[in-house]
Design a protein around this ligand. Sequence first.
Ligand SMILES: [Mg+2]
Length: 396
Amino acid sequence: MKITDVRCAIMGGSPIVRITTDAGIDGYGQAEFYKPYLKPHVLFYKDYLIGADPTDVERTMMRIRRMGAFKPWGAAVSAIEVALWDIAGKAAGLPVYKLLGGKVRDKVRTYITTNRYPMPTQSPEEYVENVLKIKEWPEQFSIFKQPISFHSPMAATIPDYFYGEIQPVGVHANRGLMTPAGFKHTLKCVEAMKLALGDDIGLALDCGPGFMATDALRFAKATEDYHLMWLEDMVTGDYTPYTLAHIYRDITSQTTTPIHTGEQMYLRQNFVELIKTQAVNVLGPDPLDVGGLAELKWIAEYADLHGIMMAPHGTGDGLIGLAALVHVSATLPGNFIAFEYAKANHEWWYDIIDGLPNPIVKNSYVDVWDAPGLGVTFNVPAAKKYLNDEDTGFFD
Ligand SMILES: [Mg+2]
């Protein structure tokens, strides 16, 4: 089998990758809906891929893998990798999880990131109100991840939150030492949420990047009694093209609160220091940023040998991304906690993608399905109306 074309359409903000073959089998991948600018980057790889046998996923990936980078520039390579697995699965008549070594669980736990309602004052009361609303959602998520501090509007909303300049633009761009009042405000919000949620729901916090190392340790120690699931990306994280593993190691070694990072990272090689030095307790690579499904699986196995757990990132990955997350999560070892639920950014996505369970989430779990490849397909007539004018031939 040979690759005949690599296409990319932007649908609802998401780059959708479609790889076609001379056998009439095609495969799909999807990158985060925050990345509509990625289309030329996906198409850049086309000439390297034409003629390769997509069912030799690794051999095909060797053609392009080195030409990616940390978030957002690894996403194009990652979405292509997922599309290759989709083709390989369809060609073999097997679900992707079988090709990754087979499933070790029939249903996978998923967690929800809880920035779903406006919180204009960033008060403890608003934080409580927000999580209690999500507790009532029909999916009955068992782990919540709440953005706080520099990963939320808190740093820019609470006066004198930190000793630094508020950045007028940028994604999670604020950074600096917290004031005692800012630090205490953050803690009060955590305490209020934990009291309201009780022990039935695990609470993780997405924190930065932007913490100074001293604040990160102080915060991890101050929250030890709350039995948090993890503190995510305090020092480095979203769109930070490096990891500073030695700083994480210093924090992690001095607290019982689990420390987490990794969503922006690209390729297994960049995880070696974090894992080998046991710099964190939990890793959260995103399959659509890290280089794909095999990449994530390798990292999880190596992490498991070092006592490090896995909570893959994925909130912006869309429904094809959700399918990818379910397949790879089904194959991870016992260090898997849960993957981040990818909720579609437009309701119409649920009308144009077939193959997902209905309902998708039951009691915080997604049942693993058995259809070949990723097991999700476009309802092409319905999907066509969401194509941009320049992409009208995408499904042809
Ligand atoms: Mg995060």
